[in-house]
Write a protein that binds this ligand. Structure first.
Ligand code: ADP
Ligand code: ZN
Length: 517
């Protein structure tokens, strides 16, 4: 059987779990009754789709939103997963295809609308087909006091009893009454395993630095933490070896770890790391999945991780014991080029590549934000906390300037082109660059064409990244990474609010040869 991590990569195309997903996936896959409360956009669907693939038999997914079910079925089928939906929106052929797949025992996920449960035949059918898990999306719909009450949701408890299989319920609504009602109505009062953890890890200090002398930067970060267990993540295998050597020369107990090493050597490093105090492991991302050491005091990234999810997962290995832990992530133009080319040269289909670029962009936005990093990070995962006082930008606010005019120009270019384009094309519009694409789309006739001429391209790129970091715009993974405006941008566009940008990351100190593009 394939592991959760392999399926995550091969079927869903994700390199890392989002906060909380891994534990939920494991619990649901084991067949434990589960209630998971996750913010919208946190990645709930994966928490039942992946267990459905890990378990034998059919997983029934109950969801109130037909459009959403259809989208999910389409996406799963595109990824090669046998999924089908029975909803009132089906054509006859669609329904027949679902039945055929069920009869052949091929179907893994069956989405059904709650009103289907009212039909007498549904129970009998679900009994016959070998259901092995019930997943309930938007579980708060069972609450009679909420806005979204769906009477048919009350039948789910009955269904669970009739089928006698585990149930996993998901919602973004966290208040205690709703939770209690879900437990009562769906689990008949038996307490399920409950996941209600915000994504924040308040004991972890967040910091980013532009790379100027990377080896020295890592060495001095480690020197200030000598004797503590830490991990340094590197982008290449070769670098793990040279950096581990440099750390040893600096008096650390350090070793390297990567996927190219022989399994015995790797196990040896894992063993040493978990049993010794104060070992530094310099590793590629191959190190981590199986590492369960609570007192890792620091994690440094010598190279930029590949996505905001990967960043969160990797720094999240520090400080599991709740005691303070430090992180430092270095980034520079070479990292960005390397990560981009890895995505472009990968074997993934175009939509997936666009989504990977979007996740990298989100990380770059975080790297360049002038505001609280934790706030930027958690907003990406759907939470909205106050500034943290435990990150580098909270500790030393960087030099800033009033970017309202520039941001309004950028937003207006986005709106006038119907939120359909990525940063490259938008910057062509702003700087008045008459490319073929600009001419073909008639964008040289837009009022925003050329309004940002006095600012160079590189600065515009930085402004777009910062806008992302402040969550004014988001790349839409479903639309090839086209930039869309968020609600936060509206007051700025209307002139009701101002926006501050960070100056230091727009005008990099170290000069490097221009990128070949
Ligand atoms: P919700 O919690 O609102 O139901 P979804 O399940 O629709 O969220 O997921 C929100 C977005 O996050 C989707 O675009 C999905 O592809 C993406 N996503 C989910 N899990 C991951 C992951 N582990 N890595 C990267 N992206 C993810
Ligand atoms: Zn902060």
């Amino acid at each position: 059987m394939q592991s959760a991590a392999t399926l995550l990569q091969d079927v869903f195309g994700f390199s890392a779990f989002r906060p909380g997903q891994e534990e939920i996936v494991q619990t649901v896959a084991q067949g434990t009754n589960t209630l998971a409360i996750m913010p919208t956009g946190g990645g709930k669907s994966l928490c039942y789709q992946l267990p459905a693939l890990l378990r034998d038999g059919v997983t029934v997914v109950i969801s109130p939103l037909i459009a959403l079910m259809r989208d999910q079925v389409r996406a799963l089928r595109a990824a090669g997963v046998e999924a089908g939906a029975l909803t009132s929106g089906n054509t006859e052929e669609e329904t027949q295809a679902v039945w055929d797949a069920l009869d052949d025992g091929r179907l893994k996920l069956l989405y059904i609308a709650p009103e289907r449960l009212a039909a007498g035949s549904a129970m009998g059918m679900l009994r016959r087909i070998g259901v092995n898990l019930i997943a309930v999306d938007e579980a708060h719909c069972v609450s009679q006091w909420g806005h979204d009450f769906r009477p048919d949701y009350l039948r789910i408890g009955e269904l669970r009893r009739a089928l006698d299989v585990p149930l996993a319920a998901f919602t973004a609504t966290a208040d205690a009454e709703t939770r209690a009602e879900i437990v009562e109505k769906l689990f008949e009062g038996q307490q399920p395993e409950t996941f209600l953890r915000g994504f924040d890890r308040p004991n972890i200090t967040l910091a980013f630095s532009a790379k100027d002398s990377p080896r020295q930067q890592i060495l001095s970060f480690a020197a200030a933490r000598k004797g503590q267990s830490g991990i340094v993540y590197c982008g290449t295998r070769a670098k793990t070896e040279t950096l581990a050597r440099a750390l040893r020369e600096d008096g650390h107990s350090a070793c390297h770890y990567h996927g190219g090493m022989d399994p015995d050597d790797r196990r040896h490093v894992e063993h040493r790391f978990s049993t010794e105090d104060g070992l530094v492991v310099v590793a590629t991302i191959a190190f981590g999945m199986g590492v369960d050491k609570p007192d890792i005091r620091w994690v440094a990234h010598a190279d930029l991780p590949k996505s905001i999810e990967a960043y969160y997962q990797e720094i999240g290995r520090a400080g599991r014991d709740g005691a303070p832990a430090d992180t430092l992530t270095l980034f520079g133009p070479d990292d960005i080029r390397l990560r981009r080319s890895q995505i472009d040269e990968g074997l993934a289909p175009p939509e997936r590549r666009a989504a990977d670029h979007a996740r990298l962009n989100a990380l770059l936005g975080l790297a360049e934000t002038h505001a609280c990093r934790r706030q930027a990070l958690l907003r990406y995962f759907g939470e909205d906390p106050a500034p943290c006082d435990n990150c580098d930008t909270c500790a030393t606010p960087p030099e800033t300037f009033d970017g309202t005019q520039d941001v309004r120009k950028a937003l207006s270019a986005i709106l006038r082109t119907d939120e359909f384009f990525g940063a490259g094309h938008l910057i062509d519009i702003l700087t008045g660059n008459e490319t073929d694409k600009i001419r073909a789309r008639g964008h040289d006739g837009l009022p925003t064409f050329g309004v940002g001429r006095d600012t160079d391209r590189r600065t515009w790129q930085g402004i777009f990244r910062q806008m992302m970091g402040c969550d004014l715009i988001r790349p839409d993974p479903e639309r090839h990474g086209a930039l869309r405006m968020t609600e936060r941008a509206i007051p700025i566009l209307k002139g009701e609010d101002q926006i501050t940008l960070r100056r230091d990351t727009l005008a990099p100190k170290s000069r490097r040869p221009a990128a070949k593009t």
